[in-house]
Design a protein around this ligand. Structure first.
Ligand code: NAD
Length: 407
């Protein structure tokens, strides 16, 4: 069992990662600016990943970090470029820096297949050379990938980059296409399809994606990049028809608009299948049906959210409003390696001091007589080693007290 910090663990994908970690026998710790509505019982650190001290506190004692916290909504990024860049780029550096300072074994980084959006090729995989991205969201996510690489090269921090396809499923943000269709259909409103709804999307069911994050922790995935994508292509019209089948008879209205079939490149998931044994197993029909069931149940008990307008932005990760660090977790463990190092230093100092004292008395050399020079020499050896031992012990005590105060 490993203790895994999940940044953004209160969010859409992160909350499913928490579920899958528990199912796999790991011990997840949520790190987020807000408490998770989905996991009130899971150990949670409330903090801002852009503040290095918060990250260090959150990651202390963890074996790996699944880094999902971000400004994940492209519309939100466009509205707040500075704040989004801070979250996605600086936040990721802080995660890597915490991993470096605390000697954490692995960072699994949630990237996106949007990194391929400016590539000309019709078919792309992890070896495809990327083109500089046009969208700021993609630029900041790519910055995170590059930081993973830099930390690997400079400091040997192990990382795994996962490029997510378009996720859908329970807990999805209300502003995405599937939640909008389902909400409208349940309200008896017509579903409007611009340009005939011929645009295609390649979705990946969120629980499958979360399985992929757990698979990304495997030793063999160190310093590798994987696309986590589904292989089913659905048109917007098919989504609307399936929603109609699930929810009841609603009208589909075809309007003028951006026609055509924006496909984007076809993204290969072959490497994840071959190396991680991961593939998106949930069919779109099954995943949609599960989403509709969740939506009905969730919004039946969440009237305020259900009444939110369709275009309501996602729960925004407003960093400025983030509360001061509060720790809702049990007393933190001191990293074992650091404690062992301190203890070893004290023991070595003490043993050396005793040996020196015995030698000084002429006990160990058997002569019973020691020159004046040797006595001087031994006296100072004892003093220096004593100072080292006392200093180490005091530093260790101070760290223990600081850790206890933080907890
Ligand atoms: N949803 C998608 O369409 C999609 C697609 C590809 C990749 N991704 C990536 O997957 C990851 C998760 O996306 P999601 O859809 O679950 O997003 P989400 O918005 O649902 O969750 C993000 C979480 O991060 C938290 N957070 C924000 N700022 C923080 C900070 N300063 N410190 C700590 N926590 C903070 C938020 O409170 C939220 O709980 C992101 O890295 C995103 O870029 C998402």
């Amino acid at each position: 069992m490993s203790r895994i910090l999940v940044t953004g663990g209160a969010g859409f994908i992160g909350s499913h990662v928490v579920d899958k970690l528990i199912a796999a026998g790991h011990e997840p710790v949520i790190f987020d600016v807000r408490p998770s509505p989905f996991h009130p019982d899971v150990e949670t650190v409330i903090g801002d990943m852009c503040v290095l001290d918060d990250m260090l506190r959150g990651a202390d004692g963890c074996d790996a970090i699944a880094h999902l916290a971000a400004a994940a909504d492209v519309g939100e990024v466009q509205q707040d470029p500075i704040g989004s860049e801070r979250l996605n780029a600086r936040g990721t550096v802080n995660v890597l820096e915490a991993a470096r300072q605390l000697e954490i074994g692995r960072v699994v980084y949630a990237s996106t297949i949007w990194v391929y959006s400016d590539v000309e090729a019709a078919h792309v995989d992890e070896e495809t050379a990327l083109a500089p991205p046009a969208h700021l969201y993609t630029a900041t996510k790519l910055a995170g990938e590059l930081y993973c690489r830099s930390y690997r090269e400079l400091y040997r921090v192990e990382s795994t980059v996962l490029r997510f396809g378009i996720p859908y499923g329970p807990r999805a943000r209300p502003a995405a296409v599937i939640p909008i269709f389902v909400r409208k259909a349940l309200a008896g409103e017509p579903l409007t399809l611009a340009g005939g709804g011929l645009q295609t999307r390649r979705f990946v069911y969120v629980e499958d994606l979360a399985d992929g994050v757990v698979a990304g922790l495997a030793p063999g995935a160190a310093d590798r990049t994987y696309n986590l994508v589904g292989d089913e292509e659905v048109t917007i019209r098919e989504i609307a028809e399936r929603v109609r089948d699930e929810v009841g008879d609603v009208e589909l209205v075809l309007t003028e608009g951006r026609a055509g079939d924006f496909r984007g490149a076809e993204v290969s998931g072959a490497r994840a299948r071959a190396e991680l044994g991961w593939e998106a197993r949930t069919s779109f029909a099954e995943g949609l049906s599960r989403y509709v069931a969740w939506h009905r149940e969730h919004y039946a008990t969440e009237p305020v959210a259900a009444a939110a307008p369709v275009t309501a932005p996602a729960p925004a990760p407003v960093v400025a409003a983030a509360p001061a660090v509060e720790l809702a977790r049990p007393a933190r463990r001191l990293p074992v390696r650091r404690v062992l190092r301190d203890v070893a230093l004290v023991v070595v100092g003490a043993v050396a001091a005793v040996l020196a004292a015995l030698l000084g008395d002429g006990v160990l050399d058997g002569t019973g007589d020691v020159s004046h020079y040797a006595r001087q020499h031994l006296f100072w050896t004892i003093v220096i080693l004593g100072v080292v031992a006392v200093t180490s012990a005091r530093a260790y005590g101070a760290r223990r007290r600081a850790a206890a105060e933080r907890a």
